[in-house]
Write a protein that binds this ligand. Structure first.
Ligand SMILES: C[S@@+](CC[C@H](N)C(=O)[O-])C[C@H]1O[C@@H](n2cnc3c(N)ncnc32)[C@H](O)[C@@H]1O
Length: 218
């Protein structure tokens, strides 16, 4: 399957799942824990410009906004974004959502202090391109926050993508922390720092190996 076709299938898949996503996503159920970890990992003493790539229903973007940051976010799935917009309105939080693929999103180069990608790299036809986009959008000294896991190790988190789609996604099984560190370095970022130890227990019941890494643009 060609990357462009895979991307359309991915967006359609998430639009079909959007209505139920917040009910099953453990990071939504554990929003308070995630808020503490993101707050620490952002290392921000004042309001920052945050961009959330592949925001989905906006869980990460909303946490960033609730911490007082100025947040922009994009997603390729209109259905997921509709849920994100609704959630922002319900919470009284201001997030500028854009319906766009990461590659096409209009965020200006050098316009962000923090870029987040949570549970997105595994589902991209070209995850390195997304990290390079994060690098481009960041100001010098800004930091990317990447979180993902080795989803293939636990039945309850394994994706239900059709086989042909799964086969066309290089990280469909998920990522280890070491693999993510290598990818961040390859995208030009400085040394990565891990934050998952701040969770008192795994945020994904079933002990899926997961990581939260930040790394700075030099
Ligand atoms: C597993 S969800 C994670 C959502 C969110 N980041 C979170 O932590 O809840 C993956 C999301 O990535 C989005 N996505 C996949 N490929 C994308 C792309 N190339 N550009 C933008 N969004 C994309 C999907 O539409 C979906 O909403």
């Amino acid at each position: 399957m060609k990357p462009a076709e895979a991307q359309i299938e991915v967006s359609n898949y998430w639009t079909r799942r959007a209505a139920a996503f917040d009910g099953v996503a453990s990071h939504v159920a554990q929003a308070a824990l995630w808020r503490d970890v993101l707050s620490a990992a952002f290392e921000a003493k004042e309001a920052k410009d945050v961009v959330d790539l592949g925001t989905g229903t906006g869980a990460c973007a909303l946490i960033a906004a609730s911490l007082g940051h100025r947040v922009r976010a994009c997603d390729g799935s209109e259905g997921m974004l509709a849920a994100a917009r609704q959630a922002a309105t319900a919470a009284g939080l201001d997030v500028a959502f854009e319906h766009a693929l990461i590659a096409d999103a209009s965020f200006a180069p050098g316009s962000a202090d923090i870029v987040t990608l949570r549970n997105v790299l595994w589902t991209l036809p070209d995850p390195m391109a997304a990290l390079r986009k994060a690098y481009l959008v960041l100001r010098p000294g800004g930091q990317v926050l990447v979180s993902d896991g080795l989803w293939s190790t636990a039945a309850q988190y394994r994706s239900t993508y059709p086989e042909t789609l799964a086969a066309s996604l290089p990280r469909h099984d998920g990522l280890t922390e070491d693999e993510a560190r290598t990818m961040l370095a390859d995208a030009g970022f400085g040394p990565a720092r891990s934050w998952q130890h701040l969770f008192p227990a795994s945020p994904y019941p079933g002990d899926v190996p997961m990581f939260v890494l930040t790394a700075r643009k030099g």
